[in-house]
Write a protein that binds this ligand. Structure first.
Ligand code: AMP
Length: 186
């Protein structure tokens, strides 16, 4: 399958900020690193938590942020529907489809069920050969250690093929994660 340069990264992350300031700081570092690399952000469009922090960091560093928010979540997730780059869509399904279409790579930052659901969807679609865009997770404070353990267990127990173990790039450092995504997107 052909690959192309990573121009936009889709970030899945918490609508909450988490208890430790390290999470929000990592979201800001990741956003600033995207902007510095000339890579645009595609995100869920919310203004709260990790989502709000990563998007604000991108735009304040002069980068491009594209938010995709379902109409029914505009208020709840405090989206600025009139902000440049904001798309208001009709459903959660439309949101996910547009986010996936617009991006050349996917990254999860710490978050809850919504974050994990979105990450697993793009990983499973990659496993099925439905796309070949690189997928990663920013392992802030070891938050995603369980994910690594899960993948190893799934391979070890014969529920996942070992060649699929490498579908997820797990990395604690924002700049390094972006480099690795770009290298595997070449
Ligand atoms: P969370 O990680 O639970 O804070 O959720 C992060 C984001 O994922 C929020 O913007 C949610 O609206 C979104 N989300 C939650 N559940 C889903 C889902 N099933 N599909 C797509 N997005 C979701």
């Amino acid at each position: 399958m052909s690959r192309h340069r990573v121009q936009r990264v889709c970030v899945y992350c918490g609508s909450s900020a988490g208890r430790r300031e390290a999470y929000g700081e990592a979201a800001e570092r990741f956003g600033a690193a995207l902007a510095a690399a000339g890579i645009g952000l595609v995100y869920g469009g919310g203004g709260t938590g990790m989502m709000g922090r990563v998007a604000a960091a991108v735009t304040s560093a002069g980068g491009e942020a594209t938010g995709i928010i379902p109409r029914h979540l505009v208020e709840r997730e405090r989206a600025d529907a009139s902000a440049p780059g904001m798309h208001v869509v009709g459903s959660m399904h439309e949101r996910k489809a547009l986010m996936a279409d617009l991006a050349d790579a996917f990254v999860a930052l710490p978050g809850g069920l919504g974050t994990v659901e979105e990450l697993f969807e793009v990983l499973t679609w990659s496993q099925l050969g439905m796309h070949s865009k690189p997928c990663g997770a920013l392992n802030v404070c070891g938050y995603f250690d369980w994910l690594e353990a899960f993948l190893e267990r799934a391979v070890g127990e014969g529920f996942m093929r070992s060649e699929h173990r490498g579908l997820l790039l797990l990395e604690p450092d924002p700049e390094r994660l972006i480099e690795r995504l770009c290298a595997s997107g070449d």
